[in-house]
Design a protein around this ligand. Structure first.
Ligand code: G3H
Ligand code: 13P
Ligand code: ZN
Length: 318
């Protein structure tokens, strides 16, 4: 059942965080739903601009609608990840999305507010909620590279003004994470003091954490042992920090890279071990099972595992 993101946040706030997982193809969709049902977790399925243009955006909607029928117990929201203004309007108009993210974080503060405000007006008129972003994550976001050292953490006072003036429903904050497989080189981690300070300015307001993959080192090692050339030693977010962050108002934790690592490891190992094989369904089957296990393990760490029956009592179909 597709529900509103708002309802999911209301249930989670201060207790646990929802996993927000990016999907691009059918194997990811099947693994994601399986993993969430196995761990009895509500979740957010997110579609990036890249995912929408990978094949055809109608394919994504068709896959998700089919999964909804295959897994009738599932409770989830559909979210546009890192949208620009135009894509937000398209998704709002489509009637399919529970929420959109307008990412104008690279624009100056007032411009970010003005763009977000326009999207909020269009979205709220259609019952869609809006995630905005303030501050700059390290790593690569869309096509803009921001050096890790220059990554700007979200300013708590600015966050309060931003939310008041833009009317957004949740806020992606820069709190020490960055996108991709190469996040922290040294002893960096989540900036809990900063999250606390933002929550103090915005009590009860849902915060979002992007760049939350943990980049498991054994996964990177297995990829490289089977022919990959990923940089070793770069760390991701410690997944044991998801739950403490959720207690401070982080309701949505975005995970994409880790799923790509599972995909890469499965396919590299599969074809290395079976060089004579050319049936795509072989690795596809292994991936769906492995991805489901990965998702369930993340839901356990997020605290969303086991919440499915309780959340169902509080939500209605979007
Ligand atoms: O933060 C971005 C997400 O990982 C989506 O990546 O734009 O390559 O689909 P993508
Ligand atoms: P990762 O690259 O850490 O998986 O972050 C994904 C993300 O923030 C999607 O918006
Ligand atoms: Zn992101």
């Amino acid at each position: 059942m597709i529900v509103t993101t708002k309802q999911l946040f209301a249930h989670a706030y201060g207790k646990y965080a929802l996993g927000a997982y990016n999907i691009n193809n059918l194997e990811q969709v099947m693994g994601l739903f399986r993993g969430c049902i196995d761990s009895r977790a509500p979740f957010i399925i997110q579609l990036s601009k890249g995912a929408r243009s990978y094949t055809d955006k109608r394919m994504l909607e068709a896959m998700i609608r089919a999964a909804e029928e295959i897994f009738p117990e599932a409770v989830f929201a559909v979210h546009l990840d890192h949208g620009d203004e135009q894509t937000c309007y398209e998704c709002i108009e489509s009637g399919f999305y529970s929420s959109v993210m307008i990412d104008a974080s690279h624009d100056p503060f007032d411009e970010n507010i003005a763009i977000t405000r326009r999207v909020v007006e269009a979205a709220h008129a259609r019952g869609v909620s809006v995630e905005a972003e303030l501050g700059m994550l390290g790593g690569v976001e869309e096509d803009i590279a921001v050096d890790e050292k220059n990554a700007m953490l979200t300013d708590p006072d600015e966050a309060k003004v931003f939310v008041e003036r833009s009317g957004c429903d949740s806020l992606a904050c820069a709190i020490g994470t960055s996108h991709g497989a190469y996040k922290f080189s040294g002893s960096q981690g989540l900036h809990f003091d900063r999250i606390k300070a933002i929550q103090a300015q915005l009590p009860g307001f849902p915060l979002v954490m992007h760049g939350s993959s943990s980049v498991p080192q054994d996964e990177v090692k297995r990829i490289n042992e089977s022919g990959g050339k990923l940089k070793e030693g770069a760390k991701g977010v410690d997944p044991n920090q998801y739950l403490p962050a959720s207690k401070l108002g982080v309701c949505k934790v975005n995970i994409d890279t880790d799923g790509r690592l599972v995909w890469t490891r499965v396919h590299r190992e599969y074809f290395l071990q079976k060089p004579e094989d050319f049936d795509l369904r072989g690795p596809g089957k292994v991936f769906m099972g492995e991805y489901a296990k990965f998702i369930a393990s993340r839901n356990e760490l997020l605290g969303s595992a086991g919440q499915l029956d309780s959340v169902r009592e509080t939500v209605t179909q979007k």
